[in-house]
Ligand binder design. Structure first.
Ligand code: ADP
Length: 226
């Protein structure tokens, strides 16, 4: 099969959208398709919390009440991760940047590493809470699961709700944090030729198709403006 245009190119991708928009699912698929790592700051933090590392001890209460871990901590985490050799052909970042200072820091980190593609996933507020309530993950490895699953398809671990998805007050708080602290980064990026918005309120396969088209179009724009 012939590759679609742009499939061999470096992909530096960030996904922005409210909690429950489906970023994680789509980030996983696209990372697989383009053979680049998916870097989820939420997963990194949940793993650190579960293992009780210094980062985890610092982040636990903050994550569980639905607030953001400080910019300096998160910038350090992502900087270190992007220095690993598996990001040579690009990456899909999911959950970072979440504030304007994080977006500015990312621009500095990427200096000279090719264009950044920014995807905004739009999903109506009414749908988000439903999705967060239904969301399940593996307690041991963090892999996404369906509410009906009893065992993780990857490691056989127990399927649970995320600690920060369970309480209505925490879910509401995270949506508020998104509106106040993360939405402003859309204005930071919106004017860039590689900014794209996709509709996240469709079947997962259709969202994936829209995402693939948006990435290819952004890569096209980036290479023709070089
Ligand atoms: P969601 O899928 O609901 O958007 P994530 O799994 O990405 O949530 O993140 C879960 C929690 O981890 C956030 O509510 C926040 O407390 C913390 N977190 C993740 N990424 C960041 C970040 N870039 N800056 C600050 N806190 C973060």
């Amino acid at each position: 099969m012939q590759n679609a245009p742009g499939r061999e190119k470096r992909v530096n991708l960030i996904m922005i959208g409210p909690p429950g928009a489906g970023k994680g699912t789509q980030a996983e698929r696209i990372a697989h398709e383009r053979s680049v790592p998916r870097i989820s700051t939420g997963d990194i933090l949940r793993e650190a919390i579960q293992q009780g590392t210094p980062l985890g001890l610092r982040a636990k209460a903050i994550v569980e009440r639905g607030d953001l871990v400080s910019d300096d901590v998160m910038i350090g985490v992502v900087q270190e991760r992007l220095e690993r050799p598996d990001t040579r052909r690009g990456f899909v970042l999911d959950g970072f940047p979440r504030t304007v200072p994080q977006a500015e820091a990312l621009d500095e980190m990427l200096d000279g590493r090719g264009p950044l593609i920014i995807i905004e996933m739009v999903v109506p507020a009414a749908e988000l809470d439903k999705r967060m309530t239904a969301r399940r993950i593996c307690r041991d490895c963090g892999t996404n699961a369906e509410p009906a699953d009893t065992k993780c398809s990857r490691c056989g671990g127990e399927i649970v709700a995320r600690a920060d998805d369970g309480q209505a007050a925490v879910r509401t708080r995270r949506q508020g944090v998104y509106t106040r602290q993360t939405k402003p980064i859309l204005d930071y990026y919106r004017q860039r030729p590689t900014f794209r918005t996709i509709n996240g309120e469709q079947e997962p396969d259709r969202v994936s198709a829209a995402l693939t088209a948006a990435i290819d179009s952004a890569l096209e724009t980036a290479s023709s403006s070089r």
